[in-house]
Design a protein around this ligand. Structure first.
Ligand code: FES
Length: 472
Protein backbone atom coordinates (compact mmCIF):
# COMPACT_ATOMS: atom_id res chain seq x y z
CA UNK A 1 0.00 0.00 0.00
CA UNK A 2 1.47 3.38 -0.92
CA UNK A 3 1.85 6.16 1.61
CA UNK A 4 -1.12 8.55 1.49
CA UNK A 5 -0.24 12.23 1.48
CA UNK A 6 -2.63 15.12 1.73
CA UNK A 7 -2.37 16.44 -1.82
CA UNK A 8 -3.27 14.89 -5.14
CA UNK A 9 0.15 15.24 -6.80
CA UNK A 10 0.88 11.53 -6.41
CA UNK A 11 -1.99 10.79 -8.85
CA UNK A 12 -0.37 12.76 -11.66
CA UNK A 13 0.72 10.61 -14.55
CA UNK A 14 4.41 11.40 -14.86
CA UNK A 15 7.66 9.45 -14.92
CA UNK A 16 8.28 9.77 -11.18
CA UNK A 17 4.88 8.49 -10.06
CA UNK A 18 4.82 5.79 -12.69
CA UNK A 19 8.27 4.60 -11.60
CA UNK A 20 7.09 4.33 -7.99
CA UNK A 21 4.25 2.03 -9.03
CA UNK A 22 6.59 -0.04 -11.19
CA UNK A 23 9.06 -0.47 -8.32
CA UNK A 24 6.22 -1.54 -6.02
CA UNK A 25 5.29 -4.29 -8.52
CA UNK A 26 1.88 -2.67 -9.14
CA UNK A 27 2.23 -1.76 -12.82
CA UNK A 28 1.01 -4.22 -15.47
CA UNK A 29 0.77 -6.81 -12.72
CA UNK A 30 -1.10 -10.10 -12.65
CA UNK A 31 -4.60 -9.69 -11.16
CA UNK A 32 -6.75 -12.16 -9.34
CA UNK A 33 -9.40 -13.95 -11.40
CA UNK A 34 -12.26 -15.99 -9.98
CA UNK A 35 -12.18 -19.58 -11.19
CA UNK A 36 -14.68 -20.05 -14.02
CA UNK A 37 -14.65 -23.33 -15.96
CA UNK A 38 -13.02 -22.80 -19.36
CA UNK A 39 -15.98 -24.20 -21.30
CA UNK A 40 -18.41 -21.95 -19.47
CA UNK A 41 -16.26 -18.89 -20.02
CA UNK A 42 -16.11 -19.67 -23.75
CA UNK A 43 -19.92 -19.69 -23.83
CA UNK A 44 -20.07 -16.34 -22.03
CA UNK A 45 -17.62 -14.79 -24.47
CA UNK A 46 -19.85 -15.42 -27.49
CA UNK A 47 -20.62 -12.11 -29.18
CA UNK A 48 -23.98 -11.29 -30.70
CA UNK A 49 -25.30 -8.36 -32.70
CA UNK A 50 -28.96 -8.87 -31.78
CA UNK A 51 -29.10 -7.55 -28.19
CA UNK A 52 -27.00 -4.45 -28.91
CA UNK A 53 -28.90 -3.62 -32.15
CA UNK A 54 -32.22 -3.86 -30.27
CA UNK A 55 -30.94 -1.81 -27.32
CA UNK A 56 -29.34 0.80 -29.56
CA UNK A 57 -32.51 1.25 -31.62
CA UNK A 58 -34.56 1.70 -28.43
CA UNK A 59 -31.92 4.08 -27.07
CA UNK A 60 -31.84 6.28 -30.18
CA UNK A 61 -35.64 6.05 -30.29
CA UNK A 62 -35.83 7.63 -26.82
CA UNK A 63 -33.27 10.30 -27.76
CA UNK A 64 -35.04 11.30 -31.00
CA UNK A 65 -38.48 11.01 -29.35
CA UNK A 66 -37.42 13.36 -26.54
CA UNK A 67 -35.89 15.75 -29.08
CA UNK A 68 -39.08 15.74 -31.17
CA UNK A 69 -41.21 16.38 -28.07
CA UNK A 70 -38.93 19.27 -27.09
CA UNK A 71 -39.31 20.88 -30.53
CA UNK A 72 -43.08 20.29 -30.51
CA UNK A 73 -43.42 21.99 -27.12
CA UNK A 74 -40.88 24.73 -27.88
CA UNK A 75 -42.02 28.07 -26.56
CA UNK A 76 -43.83 26.58 -23.58
CA UNK A 77 -42.40 25.62 -20.20
CA UNK A 78 -43.43 21.99 -20.86
CA UNK A 79 -40.51 21.69 -23.30
CA UNK A 80 -38.20 21.50 -20.28
CA UNK A 81 -39.32 17.97 -19.36
CA UNK A 82 -38.58 16.15 -22.62
CA UNK A 83 -35.41 18.19 -22.95
CA UNK A 84 -34.11 17.03 -19.56
CA UNK A 85 -34.82 13.43 -20.58
CA UNK A 86 -33.00 14.06 -23.85
CA UNK A 87 -30.00 15.53 -22.01
CA UNK A 88 -29.77 12.71 -19.45
CA UNK A 89 -29.90 10.00 -22.11
CA UNK A 90 -27.57 11.90 -24.45
CA UNK A 91 -24.90 12.89 -21.92
CA UNK A 92 -25.53 10.36 -19.15
CA UNK A 93 -26.25 6.97 -20.63
CA UNK A 94 -24.02 7.51 -23.69
CA UNK A 95 -21.16 6.83 -21.30
CA UNK A 96 -22.03 3.13 -21.01
CA UNK A 97 -22.42 2.84 -24.81
CA UNK A 98 -19.04 4.50 -25.16
CA UNK A 99 -17.59 2.01 -22.70
CA UNK A 100 -18.98 -1.21 -24.15
CA UNK A 101 -18.13 -0.33 -27.74
CA UNK A 102 -14.64 0.72 -26.68
CA UNK A 103 -14.14 -2.82 -25.44
CA UNK A 104 -15.47 -4.07 -28.77
CA UNK A 105 -17.85 -6.46 -27.03
CA UNK A 106 -21.25 -4.78 -27.45
CA UNK A 107 -21.76 -5.99 -31.03
CA UNK A 108 -20.31 -8.99 -32.80
CA UNK A 109 -19.67 -6.87 -35.90
CA UNK A 110 -16.59 -4.71 -35.47
CA UNK A 111 -17.73 -1.74 -37.56
CA UNK A 112 -20.88 -1.42 -35.46
CA UNK A 113 -18.75 -1.13 -32.34
CA UNK A 114 -16.54 1.46 -34.03
CA UNK A 115 -19.42 3.61 -35.31
CA UNK A 116 -21.27 3.70 -31.99
CA UNK A 117 -17.98 4.29 -30.17
CA UNK A 118 -17.24 7.45 -32.18
CA UNK A 119 -20.79 8.76 -31.79
CA UNK A 120 -20.89 8.06 -28.04
CA UNK A 121 -17.41 9.55 -27.53
CA UNK A 122 -18.61 12.76 -29.13
CA UNK A 123 -21.75 12.77 -26.98
CA UNK A 124 -19.78 12.53 -23.72
CA UNK A 125 -17.15 15.12 -24.67
CA UNK A 126 -14.36 12.62 -25.21
CA UNK A 127 -11.90 12.25 -28.02
CA UNK A 128 -12.11 8.64 -29.17
CA UNK A 129 -8.41 7.94 -29.72
CA UNK A 130 -7.21 9.52 -26.45
CA UNK A 131 -9.79 7.72 -24.37
CA UNK A 132 -9.24 4.38 -26.01
CA UNK A 133 -5.66 4.46 -24.75
CA UNK A 134 -6.58 5.95 -21.40
CA UNK A 135 -9.09 3.19 -20.77
CA UNK A 136 -6.57 0.56 -21.83
CA UNK A 137 -4.32 1.79 -19.02
CA UNK A 138 -7.27 1.88 -16.60
CA UNK A 139 -7.77 -1.83 -17.18
CA UNK A 140 -4.07 -2.68 -16.83
CA UNK A 141 -3.59 -0.66 -13.67
CA UNK A 142 -7.02 -0.19 -12.13
CA UNK A 143 -6.83 2.42 -9.33
CA UNK A 144 -3.05 2.13 -9.18
CA UNK A 145 -1.85 5.56 -8.10
CA UNK A 146 0.44 7.26 -10.62
CA UNK A 147 -0.60 4.84 -13.39
CA UNK A 148 -4.38 4.89 -13.78
CA UNK A 149 -5.52 8.00 -15.70
CA UNK A 150 -9.18 7.39 -14.80
CA UNK A 151 -9.22 7.62 -11.00
CA UNK A 152 -12.46 9.58 -10.58
CA UNK A 153 -12.03 10.65 -6.94
CA UNK A 154 -8.38 11.02 -5.94
CA UNK A 155 -7.82 11.56 -2.21
CA UNK A 156 -8.44 13.85 -0.50
CA UNK A 157 -11.55 14.21 -2.65
CA UNK A 158 -12.31 17.48 -4.37
CA UNK A 159 -15.97 17.76 -3.37
CA UNK A 160 -16.49 21.05 -5.23
CA UNK A 161 -15.00 19.46 -8.34
CA UNK A 162 -17.33 16.47 -8.07
CA UNK A 163 -20.37 18.74 -7.68
CA UNK A 164 -19.30 20.89 -10.64
CA UNK A 165 -18.77 17.64 -12.54
CA UNK A 166 -22.50 16.93 -12.31
CA UNK A 167 -22.92 19.78 -14.81
CA UNK A 168 -19.68 19.16 -16.74
CA UNK A 169 -18.53 22.62 -15.65
CA UNK A 170 -14.87 21.69 -15.70
CA UNK A 171 -15.20 19.16 -18.49
CA UNK A 172 -16.25 21.75 -21.11
CA UNK A 173 -13.20 24.05 -20.88
CA UNK A 174 -10.83 21.08 -20.59
CA UNK A 175 -12.39 19.34 -23.56
CA UNK A 176 -12.36 22.38 -25.85
CA UNK A 177 -8.84 23.34 -24.79
CA UNK A 178 -7.69 19.80 -25.62
CA UNK A 179 -9.51 19.87 -28.96
CA UNK A 180 -7.67 23.02 -29.99
CA UNK A 181 -4.29 21.71 -28.80
CA UNK A 182 -4.75 18.27 -30.36
CA UNK A 183 -6.04 19.71 -33.63
CA UNK A 184 -2.66 21.41 -34.10
CA UNK A 185 -0.74 18.32 -33.05
CA UNK A 186 0.07 19.18 -29.43
CA UNK A 187 0.05 16.23 -26.98
CA UNK A 188 0.56 16.79 -23.25
CA UNK A 189 3.19 15.06 -21.10
CA UNK A 190 0.39 13.20 -19.30
CA UNK A 191 -1.03 11.90 -22.59
CA UNK A 192 2.42 10.87 -23.81
CA UNK A 193 2.52 8.51 -20.81
CA UNK A 194 -0.14 6.25 -22.31
CA UNK A 195 -0.56 7.09 -26.03
CA UNK A 196 1.99 5.75 -28.52
CA UNK A 197 3.45 8.31 -30.91
CA UNK A 198 2.05 6.50 -33.94
CA UNK A 199 -1.44 7.52 -32.78
CA UNK A 200 -0.78 11.28 -32.67
CA UNK A 201 -2.00 11.99 -36.26
CA UNK A 202 -5.27 10.20 -35.49
CA UNK A 203 -5.68 12.27 -32.33
CA UNK A 204 -5.33 15.44 -34.42
CA UNK A 205 -7.84 14.24 -37.04
CA UNK A 206 -10.48 13.33 -34.45
CA UNK A 207 -10.06 16.70 -32.70
CA UNK A 208 -10.59 18.52 -36.01
CA UNK A 209 -13.77 16.55 -36.75
CA UNK A 210 -15.21 17.39 -33.31
CA UNK A 211 -14.32 21.07 -33.76
CA UNK A 212 -15.90 21.12 -37.19
CA UNK A 213 -19.17 19.69 -35.85
CA UNK A 214 -19.32 22.28 -33.05
CA UNK A 215 -18.51 25.03 -35.54
CA UNK A 216 -21.37 23.96 -37.83
CA UNK A 217 -23.80 23.68 -34.90
CA UNK A 218 -22.88 27.16 -33.65
CA UNK A 219 -23.20 28.65 -37.14
CA UNK A 220 -26.64 26.99 -37.52
CA UNK A 221 -27.80 28.53 -34.26
CA UNK A 222 -26.63 31.97 -35.41
CA UNK A 223 -28.02 31.68 -38.95
CA UNK A 224 -31.42 30.37 -37.81
CA UNK A 225 -31.40 32.60 -34.74
CA UNK A 226 -32.42 29.64 -32.63
CA UNK A 227 -31.07 27.96 -29.50
CA UNK A 228 -32.25 24.57 -30.71
CA UNK A 229 -29.05 23.38 -32.51
CA UNK A 230 -26.75 24.14 -29.53
CA UNK A 231 -29.35 22.86 -27.11
CA UNK A 232 -29.29 19.49 -28.85
CA UNK A 233 -25.55 19.29 -29.52
CA UNK A 234 -23.22 20.88 -26.99
CA UNK A 235 -25.45 21.88 -24.11
CA UNK A 236 -26.92 18.46 -23.17
CA UNK A 237 -23.79 17.75 -21.12
CA UNK A 238 -24.62 20.69 -18.89
CA UNK A 239 -28.00 19.19 -18.03
CA UNK A 240 -27.38 15.45 -18.38
CA UNK A 241 -23.88 14.59 -17.12
CA UNK A 242 -25.26 14.06 -13.62
CA UNK A 243 -26.60 10.66 -14.69
CA UNK A 244 -23.18 9.54 -15.88
CA UNK A 245 -21.72 10.40 -12.46
CA UNK A 246 -24.56 8.85 -10.49
CA UNK A 247 -23.74 5.55 -12.18
CA UNK A 248 -20.03 5.96 -12.84
CA UNK A 249 -18.84 7.07 -9.41
CA UNK A 250 -20.13 3.83 -7.92
CA UNK A 251 -17.46 1.89 -9.81
CA UNK A 252 -14.45 2.53 -7.59
CA UNK A 253 -15.00 5.63 -5.43
CA UNK A 254 -13.91 5.24 -1.82
CA UNK A 255 -12.51 1.73 -2.29
CA UNK A 256 -8.92 0.54 -1.94
CA UNK A 257 -6.07 1.87 -4.07
CA UNK A 258 -2.99 -0.08 -5.09
CA UNK A 259 -4.43 -3.58 -4.72
CA UNK A 260 -4.27 -6.29 -7.39
CA UNK A 261 -7.76 -7.64 -6.84
CA UNK A 262 -10.82 -6.11 -8.49
CA UNK A 263 -13.03 -7.49 -5.73
CA UNK A 264 -11.41 -4.97 -3.39
CA UNK A 265 -11.38 -1.88 -5.61
CA UNK A 266 -14.61 -2.17 -7.64
CA UNK A 267 -18.33 -2.30 -6.82
CA UNK A 268 -21.05 -4.54 -8.13
CA UNK A 269 -24.61 -3.53 -7.33
CA UNK A 270 -27.98 -5.04 -8.15
CA UNK A 271 -30.57 -2.80 -9.71
CA UNK A 272 -33.78 -2.58 -11.71
CA UNK A 273 -34.20 -3.17 -15.44
CA UNK A 274 -34.29 0.53 -16.31
CA UNK A 275 -30.89 1.18 -14.71
CA UNK A 276 -29.50 -1.99 -16.29
CA UNK A 277 -30.67 -0.74 -19.70
CA UNK A 278 -29.33 2.79 -19.25
CA UNK A 279 -26.06 1.62 -17.73
CA UNK A 280 -25.73 -1.44 -19.98
CA UNK A 281 -25.11 -3.78 -17.02
CA UNK A 282 -21.97 -2.00 -15.89
CA UNK A 283 -23.39 -2.22 -12.37
CA UNK A 284 -21.63 -5.62 -12.49
CA UNK A 285 -18.33 -3.84 -12.35
CA UNK A 286 -16.19 -6.38 -10.50
CA UNK A 287 -17.19 -8.95 -13.09
CA UNK A 288 -16.46 -6.56 -15.95
CA UNK A 289 -12.97 -5.76 -14.70
CA UNK A 290 -12.11 -9.37 -14.03
CA UNK A 291 -13.37 -10.59 -17.43
CA UNK A 292 -13.53 -7.56 -19.75
CA UNK A 293 -14.16 -9.70 -22.84
CA UNK A 294 -17.57 -10.84 -21.59
CA UNK A 295 -20.26 -8.82 -23.46
CA UNK A 296 -22.64 -6.70 -21.39
CA UNK A 297 -25.60 -9.00 -22.08
CA UNK A 298 -23.73 -11.99 -20.57
CA UNK A 299 -22.39 -10.21 -17.47
CA UNK A 300 -25.42 -11.02 -15.25
CA UNK A 301 -24.80 -14.74 -15.93
CA UNK A 302 -21.13 -14.26 -15.09
CA UNK A 303 -22.17 -12.61 -11.83
CA UNK A 304 -24.16 -15.72 -10.84
CA UNK A 305 -21.11 -17.89 -11.48
CA UNK A 306 -18.64 -15.86 -9.45
CA UNK A 307 -20.71 -14.18 -6.74
CA UNK A 308 -19.67 -16.70 -4.05
CA UNK A 309 -16.06 -15.75 -4.67
CA UNK A 310 -16.74 -12.02 -4.20
CA UNK A 311 -17.85 -9.68 -1.43
CA UNK A 312 -21.67 -9.43 -1.44
CA UNK A 313 -23.08 -7.25 -4.21
CA UNK A 314 -24.60 -3.96 -3.02
CA UNK A 315 -28.37 -4.27 -2.83
CA UNK A 316 -29.09 -1.15 -4.92
CA UNK A 317 -27.69 2.00 -6.46
CA UNK A 318 -28.90 3.82 -3.38
CA UNK A 319 -26.93 1.53 -1.06
CA UNK A 320 -23.74 2.37 -2.98
CA UNK A 321 -24.33 6.07 -2.50
CA UNK A 322 -25.14 5.58 1.18
CA UNK A 323 -21.57 4.34 1.49
CA UNK A 324 -19.89 6.73 -0.96
CA UNK A 325 -21.10 10.06 0.48
CA UNK A 326 -19.87 9.52 4.08
CA UNK A 327 -16.66 7.95 2.75
CA UNK A 328 -15.87 11.01 0.65
CA UNK A 329 -16.67 13.27 3.58
CA UNK A 330 -14.33 11.27 5.84
CA UNK A 331 -11.56 11.16 3.23
CA UNK A 332 -11.51 14.98 3.23
CA UNK A 333 -10.26 14.72 6.83
CA UNK A 334 -8.47 11.36 6.59
CA UNK A 335 -7.17 10.84 3.06
CA UNK A 336 -5.82 7.39 3.96
CA UNK A 337 -9.28 6.07 4.80
CA UNK A 338 -11.05 3.73 2.39
CA UNK A 339 -13.82 1.16 2.48
CA UNK A 340 -12.48 -2.35 3.06
CA UNK A 341 -14.38 -4.95 1.07
CA UNK A 342 -14.47 -8.26 2.90
CA UNK A 343 -14.08 -11.45 0.91
CA UNK A 344 -16.18 -14.50 1.84
CA UNK A 345 -14.25 -17.12 3.81
CA UNK A 346 -14.44 -19.56 0.92
CA UNK A 347 -13.12 -17.02 -1.62
CA UNK A 348 -9.96 -17.72 -3.56
CA UNK A 349 -7.01 -15.39 -3.18
CA UNK A 350 -4.18 -16.86 -5.26
CA UNK A 351 -3.53 -15.88 -8.82
CA UNK A 352 -3.86 -19.32 -10.37
CA UNK A 353 -3.89 -20.28 -13.99
CA UNK A 354 -4.31 -23.68 -15.57
CA UNK A 355 -0.90 -24.90 -16.60
CA UNK A 356 -0.31 -27.81 -18.91
CA UNK A 357 2.99 -29.51 -19.60
CA UNK A 358 3.51 -32.09 -22.33
CA UNK A 359 6.35 -34.48 -23.08
CA UNK A 360 9.03 -34.45 -25.72
CA UNK A 361 8.40 -37.35 -28.09
CA UNK A 362 11.20 -37.26 -30.66
CA UNK A 363 14.60 -35.79 -31.45
CA UNK A 364 13.03 -33.33 -33.93
CA UNK A 365 11.58 -31.47 -30.98
CA UNK A 366 7.89 -32.39 -31.32
CA UNK A 367 6.06 -32.35 -28.01
CA UNK A 368 2.88 -34.30 -27.30
CA UNK A 369 0.51 -31.65 -25.90
CA UNK A 370 -2.93 -33.23 -25.57
CA UNK A 371 -5.59 -35.37 -27.17
CA UNK A 372 -7.20 -33.74 -30.22
CA UNK A 373 -10.64 -33.82 -28.58
CA UNK A 374 -9.37 -31.65 -25.70
CA UNK A 375 -8.87 -28.74 -28.08
CA UNK A 376 -12.29 -28.01 -29.48
CA UNK A 377 -13.17 -25.74 -32.39
CA UNK A 378 -12.55 -22.01 -31.54
CA UNK A 379 -10.76 -22.97 -28.34
CA UNK A 380 -7.34 -22.10 -26.92
CA UNK A 381 -5.10 -24.03 -24.53
CA UNK A 382 -2.28 -22.78 -22.44
CA UNK A 383 0.85 -24.89 -22.68
CA UNK A 384 4.01 -24.42 -20.57
CA UNK A 385 7.40 -25.80 -21.47
CA UNK A 386 10.52 -25.17 -19.42
CA UNK A 387 10.54 -21.45 -18.60
CA UNK A 388 8.20 -20.41 -21.40
CA UNK A 389 4.48 -20.39 -21.94
CA UNK A 390 2.54 -20.80 -25.19
CA UNK A 391 -1.00 -20.77 -26.54
CA UNK A 392 -2.33 -23.43 -28.89
CA UNK A 393 -5.48 -22.72 -30.88
CA UNK A 394 -8.03 -24.52 -33.00
CA UNK A 395 -9.92 -22.40 -35.55
CA UNK A 396 -13.45 -22.82 -36.83
CA UNK A 397 -12.42 -25.28 -39.57
CA UNK A 398 -10.33 -27.44 -37.26
CA UNK A 399 -7.02 -25.82 -38.22
CA UNK A 400 -4.34 -25.48 -35.52
CA UNK A 401 -2.08 -22.57 -34.60
CA UNK A 402 0.54 -22.04 -31.90
CA UNK A 403 2.04 -18.80 -30.62
CA UNK A 404 3.88 -17.47 -27.61
CA UNK A 405 1.44 -17.29 -24.73
CA UNK A 406 1.91 -13.77 -23.45
CA UNK A 407 0.47 -10.78 -25.30
CA UNK A 408 3.22 -8.46 -26.50
CA UNK A 409 1.29 -5.43 -25.21
CA UNK A 410 1.00 -6.48 -21.56
CA UNK A 411 1.45 -9.42 -19.27
CA UNK A 412 -1.71 -11.26 -20.21
CA UNK A 413 -2.02 -14.85 -21.33
CA UNK A 414 -3.72 -15.24 -24.68
CA UNK A 415 -5.15 -18.62 -23.70
CA UNK A 416 -7.86 -16.61 -21.92
CA UNK A 417 -8.64 -14.66 -25.08
CA UNK A 418 -11.21 -15.08 -27.82
CA UNK A 419 -10.66 -16.45 -31.33
CA UNK A 420 -12.23 -14.10 -33.88
CA UNK A 421 -11.96 -15.50 -37.42
CA UNK A 422 -8.24 -16.20 -37.84
CA UNK A 423 -7.21 -13.86 -35.05
CA UNK A 424 -6.81 -14.10 -31.31
CA UNK A 425 -8.21 -11.22 -29.25
CA UNK A 426 -6.36 -10.49 -26.03
CA UNK A 427 -8.57 -10.67 -22.93
CA UNK A 428 -7.10 -7.54 -21.38
CA UNK A 429 -7.47 -4.70 -23.89
CA UNK A 430 -8.95 -6.46 -26.92
CA UNK A 431 -5.81 -6.10 -29.02
CA UNK A 432 -5.63 -8.72 -31.79
CA UNK A 433 -2.99 -10.85 -33.49
CA UNK A 434 -3.23 -12.76 -36.77
CA UNK A 435 -2.84 -16.39 -35.83
CA UNK A 436 -1.15 -17.42 -39.07
CA UNK A 437 1.94 -15.26 -38.59
CA UNK A 438 1.50 -13.52 -35.22
CA UNK A 439 1.36 -10.05 -36.77
CA UNK A 440 -0.57 -7.30 -34.94
CA UNK A 441 -4.15 -6.99 -36.20
CA UNK A 442 -5.66 -4.41 -33.86
CA UNK A 443 -4.46 -1.76 -31.43
CA UNK A 444 -3.24 -1.47 -28.74
CA UNK A 445 -1.08 -4.34 -29.99
CA UNK A 446 1.86 -3.02 -32.00
CA UNK A 447 4.42 -5.84 -31.74
CA UNK A 448 4.14 -9.27 -33.40
CA UNK A 449 3.94 -12.56 -31.51
CA UNK A 450 6.27 -15.45 -32.17
CA UNK A 451 4.55 -18.40 -33.85
CA UNK A 452 5.38 -22.10 -33.64
CA UNK A 453 4.67 -25.32 -35.46
CA UNK A 454 1.72 -27.45 -34.50
CA UNK A 455 0.17 -30.60 -36.03
CA UNK A 456 -2.33 -33.33 -35.27
CA UNK A 457 -1.42 -37.02 -35.70
CA UNK A 458 -3.34 -40.11 -34.62
CA UNK A 459 -5.74 -38.04 -32.57
CA UNK A 460 -2.99 -36.19 -30.63
CA UNK A 461 -1.85 -32.56 -30.89
CA UNK A 462 1.91 -32.02 -31.26
CA UNK A 463 3.79 -28.76 -30.97
CA UNK A 464 7.36 -27.69 -31.85
CA UNK A 465 9.04 -24.49 -30.73
CA UNK A 466 9.96 -22.56 -33.85
CA UNK A 467 10.21 -18.92 -32.75
CA UNK A 468 9.10 -17.57 -36.13
CA UNK A 469 8.65 -13.82 -36.06
CA UNK A 470 7.31 -11.51 -38.77
CA UNK A 471 8.68 -7.98 -39.00
CA UNK A 472 6.68 -5.52 -36.91
FE1 FES B 1 -3.09 -5.18 -23.86
FE2 FES B 1 -2.98 -7.68 -24.64
S1 FES B 1 -2.34 -6.89 -22.76
S2 FES B 1 -3.86 -6.01 -25.71
Amino acid sequence: MSEVVSDQSRYLLNRKNSQKAIEAGLAEAEWYQSPIPRETLRELLVRRDGPAIRDTLVWFGIIFGAAAATVALWGSLWAVFPYLIYAAIYAGSADSRWHETLHGTAFKTDWMNSVLYEIASFMVLREGVIWRWSHTRHHSDTIIVGRDPEIAAPRPPDIAGILLGLFAIRAYPQYFKNLFLHSVGKISEREMEFIPESEYPKVARTARVHLLIYFLVTVSSIVFQSWIPVLFIGLPNLFGTWLMLVYGLTQHTGLAEDVLDHRLNSRTFLTNRLNCFLYWNMNYHVEHHMFPLVPYHAVPRLHELMKDDCPPAYASLWSCWKEIVPTLERQCREPAYHVERVLPESAGTDVQRTRRAGKLVDEEGWIDVCGGEELKSMDVLRYDHEERTYAIYRGSEGELYATDGICTHGKTHLAEGLIVGKMIECPKHNGRFNLEDGSPARKPVCKALKTHEVKECDGRVFFRIGDRLVKN
